[in-house]
Design a protein around this ligand. Structure first.
Ligand code: ATP
Ligand code: MG
Length: 394
């Protein structure tokens, strides 16, 4: 890259940086580390760290869009900007604008100059006017609109160059992955639990996963689907290597199938899901467990049901990021992050293979406890089940 050439760069502005002092430093250091990890495959990139932003230079043009799209999915980034580094020479700047602004269509614009190098001889306002007049002369279809311009041409005057951009896109926002501790998410092959995990990652949690399988009722394909979902939401493991705990639930499920009140099958099954999740959370020091539960979607998700199910794990917090979401909202998020197509593949889930005809909608704790006492073998089966949990690095 010669000193005189114009180069395309990516300019990243941070997320919720109302944070101050030490927190801010921790936030930006972790974010830079995550960005570098996510872009590890692109060895030649150069990262320049600024107070509230990061510049990425030396981007191979064939990988520009791929890199841009990866950055858009990294938690903690507010804006991802396609920018241009132009030698600090007004003629070069004007010729760049001539080449790159729309030629035929009508457009409104505004120039917004920021003079980072305070020694630069022209004030920001004079610079705005000078460049604005140039654009007006050159483009007869252009008009200035200082309030709501279609194209807001940002020009930063730095020590050695101008940085020019008008194509800004929203990043994911939130906090850098890992800043908020570790969570164990219960993940199925459904639409909801991957989105719940995604939202927690966006909030800065490192997420590991627990899935229940019930072979032969569920097949290898169901597990592969869950693994594909995890890969999707963890940016193909670019930033962190998640762990998946795989629990074979079949022996417990067969035992639960014998209870005298079948309408409680799902309730009891889910009480065991939570017991196992709590066991793992304590064993491996997770701060909380998480689910894709959503109030009122299905029989097992009424408030009474949530109370009866979570009663078995009094001292572990359960995070339910989707509790109040509409199904449409969840689906549109799933489409946005690309998990939807995987979730709708028609492979059976541990839950779906044992749904009773009339699941209870308002289960009672006392009844659930009484039914659990009927299962004399359950304790031994439970002990064996947790012993056989497989830990897999995704
Ligand atoms: P999802 O789309 O996430 O499967 P759902 O709308 O189907 O959710 P339920 O089947 O009641 O709702 O499951 C509620 C939550 O319980 C799920 O979001 C997930 O966190 C957990 N869960 C359900 N099935 C499994 C499973 N086989 N393995 C692990 N967790 C599960
Ligand atoms: Mg489900």
């Amino acid at each position: 890259m010669g000193k005189d050439t114009i180069t395309k760069i990516i300019y990243i502005k941070f997320g919720e940086l109302v944070l101050k002092g030490k927190n801010r430093h921790q936030f930006s250091t972790l974010l830079l580390k995550n960005i570098k990890k996510a872009l590890f495959d692109f060895r030649k990139l150069i990262f320049v760290y600024k107070y509230d932003a990061i510049l990425i230079k030396n981007i191979p043009s064939k990988s520009f869009i791929e890199i841009f799209n990866i950055i858009k999915m990294i938690p903690g980034i507010r804006l991802v900007i396609e920018a241009n580094l132009i030698p600090r020479n007004r003629i070069k700047l004007c010729s760049f604008l001539t080449k790159n602004l729309p030629k035929k269509d009508f457009f409104t614009f505004k120039i917004k100059t920021k003079r980072i190098d305070k020694k630069y001889p022209t004030s920001s306002l004079e610079f705005d006017c000078g460049i604005g007049n140039f654009v007006l002369k050159k483009f007869c279809n252009a008009k200035v609109d200082v309030h709501q311009p279609q194209i807001l041409i940002n020009i930063e005057i730095n020590n050695e160059c101008f940085i020019v951009y008008w194509n800004k896109q929203n990043g994911l926002g939130g906090f850098p992955l890992g800043i908020n501790g570790r969570v164990l998410a219960l993940i199925s092959g459904g639409i909801d639990s991957p989105i719940a995990s995604h939202l927690l990652m966006k909030r800065g949690f490192h997420v590991d996963f627990l899935t229940f399988i019930s072979p032969p009722h569920t097949t290898k394909k169901s597990l592969t689907k869950t693994i594909d979902l995890i890969k999707k939401i963890t940016l193909s493991k670019r930033i962190e290597q998640p762990i998946l705990y795989i629990c074979n639930f079949t022996p417990l499920q067969h035992e639960i199938a014998h209870i005298s009140n079948h309408s409680y099958q799902i309730t009891i099954m889910r009480r065991y899901f939570f017991r196992i999740a709590q066991y793992l959370a304590k064993l491996h020091n997770y701060s909380a467990i998480a689910t894709g539960e959503n109030l009122g979607q299905v029989a097992s998700q009424t408030i009474e049901s949530i109370i009866t199910i979570s009663h078995v794990i009094k001292d572990t917090i359960v995070l339910r990021p989707l509790l109040t979401y509409d199904k449409e909202e969840i689906i549109s998020l799933a489409k946005k992050i690309g998990s939807f197509e995987i979730s709708i593949l028609p492979y059976p889930d541990a839950c779906s293979s044992f749904v009773p005809t009339n699941p209870v909608t308002k289960p009672k704790i006392a009844i659930a406890e009484k039914l659990e006492k009927e299962m004399i073998m359950i304790k031994a089966i439970y002990e064996k089940t947790i012993k056989n949990i497989v830990k897999k690095e995704i």
